[in-house]
Design a protein around this ligand. Structure first.
Ligand code: 13P
Length: 241
């Protein structure tokens, strides 16, 4: 059985006081077992988050370049140095606002793996593509182009753009069907692959996803900023809530 993977993506939505409050609250709760719990804080707070009980660290992005003259960028080796095991690449917010193409995302994922990190490659269709009935082929193309030339051991996060931060999560059926398509698309390339769902995941809808076929975990934005809410989501993933 695949161990569920639950990742908190705090984006740029929390300050140091918030991180400290999360940590105090999280560490006062019973430790999680049977689920891989991961937190992706803003990079300046990685060292603060390293004190979270039973939680692995994740970067929110990484440079596609090796170390060198790239002001403001973070090399994969640096994330690894400060204890990260995972890094998110190609989040739709970065594809949209930082111009990250599938080719750039593929390079970032490659850099991550070379530094020993597990890339969490984000894909997902905007609403007009779904309305046109082209979601499956759009996501398949993103997946194949963004995961070119990688080694085994990666995570794909299916995050439909219209579901992110909107309060309108995909249905578990929609997620399940897309996850199974993604697994089929990559079946002959990678054996060690988890496909997780993101987009308006909350404590009250998360179990519908984690029990759906093909869904190996969750990538949680807004509902991961409070320790109570994120703990409840992790507990639901193992049926312990
Ligand atoms: P929300 O859970 O706030 O919709 O964000 C999802 C997301 O983008 C996680 O990467």
């Amino acid at each position: 059985m695949i161990t569920p993977l639950i990742i908190a993506n705090w984006k740029m939505a929390i300050d140091k006081n918030g991180v400290e409050a999360f940590k105090a609250d999280w560490n006062s709760r019973p430790p999680m077992t049977g689920v891989d719990v991961v937190v992706a804080p803003p990079a300046p707070y990685l060292s603060v988050v390293s004190g979270l009980t039973g939680v692995s660290l994740c970067g929110q992005t990484v440079s596609e370049n090796d170390m060198g003259a790239h002001t403001g960028e973070i090399a994969a080796a640096m994330l690894s140095d400060v204890g990260c095991q995972y890094v998110i690449v190609g989040h739709s917010e970065r594809r949209q606002h930082q111009g990250e193409t599938n080719a750039i995302v593929a390079q970032k994922a490659k850099r991550a793996q070379l530094a020993g990190l597990t890339p969490v490659v984000c894909v997902g269709e905007p609403s007009h593509i779904r309305a046109a009935g082209k979601a499956a082929s759009y996501v398949r193309d993103q997946v194949l182009s963004s995961c070119d030339d990688l080694s085994d051991g990666l995570v794909i996060a299916y995050e439909p753009v219209w579901a992110i931060g909107s309060g309108e999560a995909a249905s578990a059926d929609v997620a399940s069907s897309m996850h199974l398509d993604i697994k089929t698309a990559l079946a002959d390339r990678y054996a060690d692959l988890r496909v997780i769902y993101g987009g308006s995941v909350k404590p009250d809808n998360c179990a519908a996803f984690t029990t759906a076929e093909g869904v190996d975990g969750l990538l949680v934005g807004g509902a991961s900023l409070s320790a109570e809410s994120f703990w409840n989501i992790c507990a639901a993933a193992i049926g312990a809530e």
